[in-house]
Ligand binder design. Structure first.
Ligand code: SF4
Length: 686
């Protein structure tokens, strides 16, 4: 089979220019672009621009600034320019220069007093635009018989112009009548050269082929005229919009096929049609064209589940190529229920989508589809499987209801009672709204469409598993990451993964603290280690403070015998004084190591808070004791006048040890024990 394609088929100069201009503009601006009317009479191109955000409007007042108004090749009435200016919008004027020339002509002649006559279709946007330039006063027709309604006197000056895409024959017929009836007819044959060339080439091809295809939109004026021209020459002429509309004819009788296309038909559609013709021709060796055509098409039935690739989308619709003669369309409310769904973020051209056929033809040539229905069918199957296999599923909470929440599992609503949300009391159900939970299906009745889920069951199962794993592996010294769950006066309870352990207050810090909150708070993440545990009683004691944080850690390195140290007197006892060398490290100066002279009690020469200098005379890291001597560095002797009395008393003390001093000793021994516990290595406060 031979295919003859018209050289003039497809975009004309004006349409090509307009299409390029709008795509250029799309690449240059983020602002909204509006077209007044479809940029060209081609659904595929218009949809593609719509997908890119170009908004189709019919009145300037529908546009909002900031934005661009794009004037298509057909041109517009002058009022549109004024309205654009008044609305402070930007204008991109793609009026074809050939049309613009008619605007100028009509405007000038109208001002000169001519009656304007337009040979054209009065409803065509180009003609409406032209008429606007003579204050909408023109008489418009493309039917010679209507001329009798043209109200003009024989002497009137008449200016005749043509719609650029009108058939030349129509023009000739009307001019002939006008010339016959009026004396002053000024004629401007404004039929576009591209149109006349396309028409004559199409006529020539149609006259010599067995089948003629005219590709273009059914609402394109020039495509319709091409069809009429070709039909006159070839009775086997068909108008097709896409490759999906090839006519079911008997291919065995066809040796030569002619192809032309309207001015608004993109090249890729022409190529698709030719390619499809060639494929059918190859398939048709032993079947007729109709059979070959139909066998190449996907057949669809209502209720069927089909797969398609996304060829376009906007905020309200998604278009799918189904390999069928018509494209599929999914309204956004049939695509998803997810209120957070953003087509720009979540969809991409070429993505495969499964959809349910609601109607094979929605009345506008689309296959009406629903993705939600497919999701729901699949989700019911998934839920049923999960219920039978006791497997968890993912559910998003979408609504709070009385006594619980409703969660969506792929579009299927699952009720989760409040008591099944958690293993703890849930104060406010709203905390769960929009949350995604793992749930187990605990009740399933497909017939009644009743599904009940539980998060609690899974939480408890998980806790049980973790607890078992913990007790199987726990050992003294093992470290865990945990979360502080609660505080008491005697310590902090920490969740270490399904099991709670206690850090005793004495294990929280190396220093004496009054309450655990001085070190940790509820919710804190902490690293702990096991001090001891009892598997039977399920009790664990945890350690928190670290050895290296102990001020007595490596004390031998810090303080060595003979070192001169400085410190502050923090406590006086009958047998000496405690000097704080650093936080948590107190050293003892025995009474005999304070002065070179005899003193009755340390308070005679030392006061709390006094800074002293001393020599380290003993370090016992195990018992956490350091002894220092002031007298070996800088002895503090009693003041002279009192020296004798003190000395006498001192001798007396040594000899007699009066009763009051015995009592003082008994009291201060208690202090001594406390002092030792608190200063020289804190003992666990049990
Ligand atoms: S058909 Fe002619 S006049 Fe019309 S847009 Fe194309 S080039 Fe311009």
């Amino acid at each position: 089979m031979e295919v003859v394609v018209a050289k003039t088929a497809g975009f004309c100069f004006g349409v090509n220019k307009a299409v390029n201009m709008i795509y250029d503009l799309l690449g240059e601006t983020e602002e909204q672009i509006y077209t007044i009317g479809p940029i060209i009479h081609n659904e595929q191109v218009v949809n593609s621009l719509k997908d890119k955000g170009v908004q189709l409007i019919y009145e300037v007042e529908s546009a909002e600034k900031p934005g661009y108004i794009f004037i298509r090749a057909h041109g517009v009435v002058p009022e549109i320019y004024k309205e654009i200016e008044e609305k402070d919008l930007k204008v991109i004027d793609a009026t074809c220069p050939f049309v613009k020339r008619i605007h100028v002509l009509v405007s000038e002649k109208y001002k000169e007093g001519y009656k304007i006559f337009i040979v054209g279709d009065k409803n065509h946007p180009e003609v409406i635009g032209i008429n606007g330039w003579c204050n909408n006063s023109a008489f418009v027709t493309d039917n010679p018989e209507d001329i009798k309604e043209f109200k003009a006197n024989e002497e009137d000056k008449i200016c005749v112009v043509a719609q650029t895409t009108i058939k030349y024959e129509t023009w000739e017929q009307i001019i002939e009548i006008l010339d016959r009836n009026y004396k002053n007819v000024e004629k401007f044959e404004t039929i576009c050269n591209a149109t006349s060339k396309r028409q004559s080439e199409a006529a020539e091809i149609a006259a010599n082929v067995d089948l003629m295809l005219v590709i273009g939109s059914r609402n394109s004026s020039n495509t319709k005229k091409l069809y009429e021209i070709c039909k006159e020459k070839c009775s086997n002429t068909y108008m097709v919009q896409t490759s999906g509309e090839l006519p079911p004819v008997n291919i065995k009788n066809i040796k030569k096929v002619g192809v032309t296309a309207g001015a608004s038909t993109p090249d890729w559609i022409i190529k698709e049609v030719i390619q499809k013709m060639e494929e059918l021709s190859k398939q048709s060796n032993d079947m007729d064209f109709k059979e070959a055509f139909e066998s190449s098409l996907v057949t669809l039935r209502t209720g069927e589940i089909v797969k398609g690739k996304i060829i376009g989308f906007n905020n309200s619709e998604v278009y799918l190529d189904l390999g069928y003669k018509s494209d599929g369309i999914i309204q956004m409310d049939e695509f998803t229920d997810d209120p957070d769904f953003d087509p720009k973020k979540n969809l991409a051209i070429g993505d495969e989508v499964e959809a349910f056929v609601i109607r094979v033809n929605d009345g506008e040539g689309h296959v009406l589809l629903s993705k939600k229905k497919v999701d729901a069918i699949k989700s019911w199957e998934k839920i049923e499987r999960a219920y039978e296999n006791k497997q968890p599923v993912n559910a998003k909470v979408v609504e709070i209801t009385k006594g619980g929440v409703l969660a969506s599992v792929g579009g299927v609503r699952v009720f989760i009672p409040a008591s099944q949300l958690s293993d703890r009391y849930v104060k406010d159900l709203n905390d769960y709204l929009k949350q995604t939970l793992d749930i187990k299906i605990i009740e399933f009745d497909k017939r009644k469409k009743k599904v009940v889920g539980s998060s609690r069951v899974l939480i408890e199962e998980e806790k049980e598993r973790m607890e078992k794993e913990f007790w199987d592996n726990v050992e003294v010294g093992k470290t865990y990451s945990g979360t502080v769950k609660s505080l008491t006066d005697f310590g902090a309870f920490v969740d270490i993964g399904g099991v709670d352990g206690l850090i005793h207050i004495s294990e929280l810090s190396w220093y004496k603290i009054k309450h655990p909150s001085e070190v940790v708070n509820v919710g804190d993440k902490v690293e702990v280690y096991v001090l001891e545990f009892d598997k039977e009683k399920k009790k664990i004691s945890l350690g928190y403070r670290k050895a290296e944080d102990d001020p007595w850690y490596n004390i031998d390195d810090k303080y060595q015998i003979g070192n001169i140290v400085k410190g502050k007197v923090v406590r006086l006892v009958p047998f000496g004084a405690f000097v704080e060398l650093e936080k948590g490290v107190d050293a003892l100066v025995h009474i005999s190591q304070i002065s070179t002279k005899r003193i009755a009690k340390p308070g005679d020469v030392l006061t709390i808070g006094q800074e002293v200098e001393a020599k380290v005379i003993e370090v016992n890291a195990v018992e956490k004791k350091i002894n220092i001597s002031i007298k070996e560095v800088n002895p503090i002797d009693p003041v002279e006048p009192e020296e004798e009395n003190n000395a006498a008393n001192g001798e007396k003390d040594a000899e007699e040890v009066p009763t009051e001093h015995v009592e003082e000793m008994s009291v201060t021994l208690g202090d001594l024990v406390g002092g030792l516990e608190n200063s020289q290595g804190e003992k666990k406060d049990e």
